[in-house]
Design a protein around this ligand. Sequence first.
Ligand code: NAD
Length: 249
Amino acid sequence: MIDDAVSALADRTRILVFTGAGISTESGIPDFRGPHGIWKRVDPADYTYDRYVNDPEFRVNTWGSRFASPLIDATPNGAHHAVTRLWESGRVVGCVTQNIDGLHTAAGLDPASLVELHGNAHRIHCIGCGDEPDFDKVERRWKSGAVDPECLRCGGILKTKVVYFGEELPPQATYRAWDMAERADAAIVIGSTLSVYPAAFVPLAVVENGNPMVIVNQGRTDHDFRATALVDGTAGNVVPELVHRLTRD
Ligand code: NAD
């Protein structure tokens, strides 16, 4: 219930916000494991780093779906904006997102307070030399027929800066997420099944330190039993109301 969530967070001043794919479904981006999740149509085992590196045809298909993805034109919804308002109120230690859509930044969250643990699909790098070409330029090359655009600096393989299965999390992002978790005095989880590791350990570390955790999610998560308060509803409805009640004084 939202009243329980407000009570759990009322006197907390260093809240860690942890978001998953569910916060962005109302922006038109499908989640993985929700009722209309992507995993009902594709096999997660396909999306491995090794396959990306070793299978040119897979890369061609990946670029094709990347540039046709709803991620490209998505805009933040009320929940992303509400997270930004909570941060502006000075009660957020940081926001750790599993999402790769860039919508927290688009909603005005300061990059210094945001950790994109699984990367960002709007950024591209060369896995050989580390060059980071401009996304729009690579897209233009793709539209002109470069179905598997190579690095213009070293000829290596280009890849979006998204963490694939079998790939390590970016060390700097991991360090910052754990630092935020250690400093937090509460956690709010929004739109995540809390089933992807090590990401899910971030809010769970806040709980391990003796702090409350509020979960806002449609449906069950793997860690409902650890929550101080559960709010089953859509992020676009619940999060603005929760933030309004936490910041109105
Ligand atoms: P998940 O798919 O495992 O879980 C999403 C949860 O959100 C589900 O329980 C679903 O019922 C719930 N949900 C869906 N719409 C909601 C809404 N409007 N309001 C509240 N809850 C809603 O997602 P996850 O836990 O983030 O983990 C899986 C992975 O998904 C992450 O690694 C992430 O990188 C990746 N992912 C990201 C995006 C994105 O960037 N937007 C999209 C798809 C997948």
